[in-house]
Design a protein around this ligand. Structure first.
Ligand code: BES
Ligand code: MN
Ligand code: ZN
Length: 513
């Protein structure tokens, strides 16, 4: 989709989108068009239940007096309804209405909405962002002509007209890069697990070198040398080799040498760090999952997908920050060499783990990835993302991701960024009482707790044992990584939940001005 911004104008071809405020108050461009079409717009509006509310729309086909294919009249609601998230939703709604309507080009006419918080330029970038996010498609494996609304979209170019076009164009340039990251995440998460496994996922990471990201890939030999017994145990039942990928984007100046004094004291050039769970398929291992729904476990690499897409977003928009992304990649399979419930493994940190359930594998992968990231980079903070527990879906459904953290400031920053862009987080408890539930009689800890309660919290407690005193937050994204229904800014499938939120948090708090 080609998206351009231009100043107010008149002639348009293809589809034209105009707004109407709550109570059917026509914007000047809507009024204008109504006149030109001999009142066709107002007649169409009055023929139904349209009241100019957010989410409402009316389509007028080939109106007389114009060269247009169609006019889409959209409800903007009250001035107070015109905010950033509403513009994302509106962009998505416009794409749904016009994407495969037959029109190749569309023009959106925007005017200032009095008493709203947004300028015309901000409305324009918001709509463009939502529209492009909603236009995502994954059709590489569809070889036949598709019916059922599944055909190729017709809309290829979009012009958004209004004052402040230059600002909108400039602002959108960096948003567009973030969406490139979102699309990469969605591509990776959607890819089937016979195509995407640790080695091929690591190769996809290497594509980021084109953007100036430094990418290192560690194989099983190197990980064994480092003592990563927890991560390696997860992958040992698979014929696919486990990998650990380290991605570095140094947009914030020279990073201090590891081992220098005061590394953890928030020095400006110390990196921030994101760690992702990348289980490319989770059968459960010997603690095998039931077959119904097991196909969902292709998205068990969703956390790593977000970290990779985020690195692409930050490098793409040349963020002024030093950032490290670490993803632990393994396939959890049963097999003659698979680990057994009751195995004891030694993690890179030296701590031993009794593996009582091979399906609680994400925390094992993260134990070594987190320790490695913390030990090597001494980051300002670590945020990890993982489709870690089914229990978080019981607690929060598909609406919120769970936030677990040892640091209030970091939590606040994450919650604020999530609120701003519409990826919601809910902070969950942590503490001593939960920590002791994972003590083991045989080793330092066990990978499942006694009883069934607080499953997401005890999983997070396990991770906490591998980050030392570094400010850390864990996002359990099991419920939000994949959507079974269309969302305002994502068609059903992989959402890439986390990429835009974390990009926003970095922009708001950690970039050099
Ligand atoms: N990958 C799953 C968690 C999951 C469930 C992600 C549903 C996405 C959707 C994880 O590895 C797992 O199997 N967790 C177990 C932990 C249990 C054995 C303690 C679970 O949640 O049942
Ligand atoms: Mn599992
Ligand atoms: Zn898993």
């Amino acid at each position: 989709m080609k998206i351009v911004f231009s100043g107010p104008g008149s002639a348009a071809t293809g589809a034209l989108v105009v707004g109407v405020l709550d109570g059917n108050v026509l914007t000047p461009s809507a009024k204008d068009l109504d006149k030109k079409t001999g009142g066709a717009l107002v007649r169409a509006i009055k023929s139904g239940t349209f009241k100019g509310r957010p989410g409402q729309s009316v389509m007028v086909l080939s109106p007389a007096g114009t060269k247009l294919d169609r006019v889409l009249v959209v409800g903007l609601g009250k001035p107070s309804d015109v905010n950033e998230q509403a513009m994302h939703t509106l962009g998505g709604q416009i794409y749904v209405a016009l994407g495969d309507s037959g029109s190749k080009a569309a023009t959106i006419e925007l005017e200032a909405v009095k008493k709203s918080d947004l300028s015309v330029a901000d409305m324009a970038t918001g709509i463009a962002e939502g529209l492009r996010l909603r236009s995502y498609r994954f059709d590489k494996y569809q070889t036949k002509n598709k019916a059922n609304g599944n055909g190729k979209p017709t809309l290829v170019s979009l012009t958004i007209r209004g004052v402040g076009a230059a600002k909108a164009q400039a602002d959108f340039r960096s948003r567009d890069k973030v969406i490139d990251g979102v699309f990469m995440t969605r591509d990776l998460v959607t890819e089937p697990p016979n195509i995407l496994y640790p080695d091929t996922l690591a190769k996809r990471c290497q594509e980021l070198t084109k953007l100036g990201v430094k990418v290192e890939v560690l194989g099983e030999k190197q990980m064994a040398r480092l003592g990563m017994g927890a991560l390696l145990g997860v992958g040992q039942g698979s014929v696919r080799e486990s990998k650990l990928v380290v991605m570095q984007w140094n947009g914030g100046g020279k990073p201090a040498k590891a081992g220098a004094k005061g590394l953890n004291k928030g020095k400006a050039d110390q990196p921030i760090c994101f760690v992702g769970k990348g289980v490319t398929f989770d059968t459960g291992g010997i603690s095998l999952k039931p077959s119904a729904g097991m196909e969902d476990m292709k998205y068990d690499m969703g956390g790593s997908g977000v970290v990779i897409g985020l690195m692409k977003a930050l490098a793409g928009r040349k963020a002024r920050v030093n950032v490290v992304g670490v993803v632990g990649l393994a396939e959890n399979m049963p097999g003659a060499n698979a680990q057994r419930p009751s195995d004891v493994v030694t993690s890179m940190s030296g701590q031993t783990i009794e593996v009582l359930n091979t399906d609680a594998e994400g925390r094992l992968v993260l134990a070594d990835a987190l320790h490695y990231a913390n030990d090597r980079f001494k980051p300002k903070f670590i945020v990890d993302l993982a489709t870690l527990t089914g229990a978080i879906i019981v607690a929060l459904g598909n609406e919120y991701a769970g936030l677990f953290s040892n640091n209030d400031k970091l939590s606040e920053n994450l919650l604020a960024a999530g609120d701003a862009i519409g990826e919601k987080l809910w902070r969950m408890p942590q503490g001593e009482v939960f920590d002791k539930m994972i003590n083991s009689d045989i080793a330092d800890m066990k990978n499942i707790s006694d009883g069934r309660g607080a499953g997401s919290t005890t999983a997070a407690q396990f991770l906490a044992r591998f980050v030392g005193k570094t400010p850390w937050a864990h996002l359990d994204i099991a419920g939000v990584t994949w959507t079974k229904k269309d969302m305002p800014t994502a068609p059903k499938g992989a959402t890439a939940f986390g990429v835009r939120m974390l990009d926003r948090m970095v922009a708001d708090h950690y970039e050099k001005k």
